[in-house]
Design a protein around this ligand. Sequence first.
Ligand SMILES: Cc1cc2nc3c(=O)[nH]c(=O)nc-3n(C[C@H](O)[C@H](O)[C@H](O)COP(=O)(O)O)c2cc1C
Length: 146
Amino acid sequence: MSKALIVYGSTTGNTEGVADSIAKILEKNDVEAVIRDAADVTAEGLSSGYDVVLFGCSTWGDDEIELQDDFIPLYDDLENAGLKDKKVAVFGCGDSSYTYFCGAVDAIEEKAEKLGANLIVSSLKIDGDPDDGEVTEWSGQVLAKL
Ligand SMILES: Cc1cc2nc3c(=O)[nH]c(=O)nc-3n(C[C@H](O)[C@H](O)[C@H](O)COP(=O)(O)O)c2cc1C
């Protein structure tokens, strides 16, 4: 059985809800899914023991990209998360009326790639209220790569 870690940073609960939905879909497909709030994790050894790590983070800020507050310490220390050759995918909620739509998702993806992660699917960027259909579709893409 594959084991997935889902780490999310979410202020108003949107990205948290998406993390929960993804976990349910993975579990239905015989993937063990562990969900952690970014506020409760440290980077050190984070991905150890998992086949895939899914990072979820909303975007804040205005003229510049700001990651969701709880995710910032993890992002800053991502070097220690053991991502080299690890299967990784990134998702997050945002709003396309801002200059940097889901900029946090791009930033995490970029850093994970630099650290040698294996980005298994294109990121999921959710504009406004999460839609079950797009979450299900994306989760299916992730499942196909496990
Ligand atoms: C002050 C403020 C700044 C925001 N900045 C951005 C932004 O730069 N890019 C973006 O895509 N969304 C931006 N958003 C939208 C949030 O990311 C969006 O509401 C998201 O659903 C919040 O997810 P969360 O509940 O998981 O934290 C901003 C929202 C607020 C209130």
